[in-house]
Design a protein around this ligand. Structure first.
Ligand code: C5P
Length: 239
C-alpha cells in the first residue's frame, strides 16, 4: 500500500505581507497563489486527495476558486486557531470507511504550505518514499542568515554556528498513523506554541524524520517582496 494524500494548511490570516487579502489568495495572471499550489499536486497521478484547510472567512472564496479553476481532487476543511490545529483538522478529514463523508485514509500524508507553489514531483516522491520507510521526512535548506539569541535588554546573548544548522522547510511527509497519533497525544501547549511537526512525531511516537535537502524554490511566500518574486517565477515557468 503506497497511497499518498496531501494536507495544505491555508488557514492563516497572512498578517506579515501587510496586505488585506491573505497571501494564499493573492492573484497572479488571473489565478490565486493557492490554485497554483493545488495544481502542482493535482497534476501528479499518484496523489489521491488534497485536503485544503481554510479559515472560516475564506471558505466561500476557496469554494469559488475550486469551481473556477476546475480542481478535482480537493476537499475543503475548516481551519483552527493555530497552524497545528489546522493541520490536525485536515488529518481528521480521512477516516475508516464507515463514515461516508470521510476520505480514504492514506498510507502516507504529505503536509505542504499553500504558500509554496513551486514544489515539484521528483522532490515530492523523495519525501513520500522516505516517509514510508522512516515514518517521517522533511525538506531542509542551508541557513541564509546566522541565528542569534538576544538578551531581554536587546544585547547579544549567544550565536549559533551557521554551518551546523538547517532551516526546516516544506514539504514534510509522514505515515498517516504516525502524524495522527502525534496530534492525538500532544498537549494544548504543543497546539498553541509548537512549530515543528517533525518534533511532535519524535516526541510522541519516537519517529525520527529523514531530512532531505530541497531546492531553493521551496521558499515560503511571506512578505510583499515574495509576492513579487513569486509572480515573476510564475510568469516564467507555470503560466
Ligand atoms: O504563518 P505561517 O507562514 O507559518 O503559516 C504557514 C502556513 O500555515 C500558511 O499556509 C498558513 O495559511 C497556515 N496556517 C493555518 N492555520 C493557522 C495559521 C497558519 O493553516 N491558524
Amino acid at each position: 500500500d503506497f497511497t499518498v494524500a496531501v494536507v495544505l494548511p491555508a488557514g492563516g490570516s497572512g498578517e506579515r505581507t501587510g496586505l488585506s487579502t491573505p497571501k494564499q489568495f493573492c492573484t497572479f495572471l488571473n489565478r490565486p497563489l493557492i490554485s497554483y499550489t493545488i495544481q502542482a499536486f493535482e497534476r501528479i497521478a499518484w496523489i489521491e486527495n488534497i485536503v485544503v484547510v481554510i479559515a472560516k472567512d475564506s471558505i466561500d472564496l476557496m469554494v469559488n476558486i475550486i469551481q473556477q479553476f476546475g480542481h478535482k481532487k480537493v476537499k475543503v476543511v475548516l481551519g483552527g486557531s493555530t497552524r497545528h490545529r489546522s493541520i490536525f483538522n485536515g488529518l481528521q478529514a480521512f477516516g475508516e470507511s464507515e463514515e461516508e463523508s470521510a476520505l480514504k485514509k492514506p498510507k502516507v500524508v504529505i503536509i505542504h504550505d499553500a504558500v509554496r507553489p513551486f514544489v515539484e514531483e521528483d522532490f515530492l516522491l523523495k519525501i513520500a518514499i522516505a516517509a514510508k520507510q522512516q515514518g517521517a521526512s522533511g525538506a531542509i535548506r542551508p541557513l541564509v542568515s546566522t541565528v542569534i539569541a538576544t538578551t531581554s535588554e536587546g544585547y547579544l546573548d549567544h550565536s549559533l554556528e551557521r554551518a551546523k544548522y538547517r532551516a526546516s522547510e516544506m514539504p514534510q511527509g509522514f505515515l498517516y498513523d504516525v502524524i495522527h497519533q502525534a496530534y492525538v497525544q500532544c498537549s494544548e501547549t504543543d497546539f498553541e506554541f509548537g512549530t515543528e511537526c517533525l518534533h511532535l512525531v519524535l516526541q510522541y511516537c519516537g519517529t525520527n524524520a529523514r531530512l532531505i535537502e530541497g531546492p531553493h524554490t521551496l521558499w515560503k511566500v511571506t512578505y510583499k517582496k515574495d509576492l513579487l518574486a513569486a509572480e515573476s517565477i510564475i510568469k516564467e515557468t507555470l503560466a
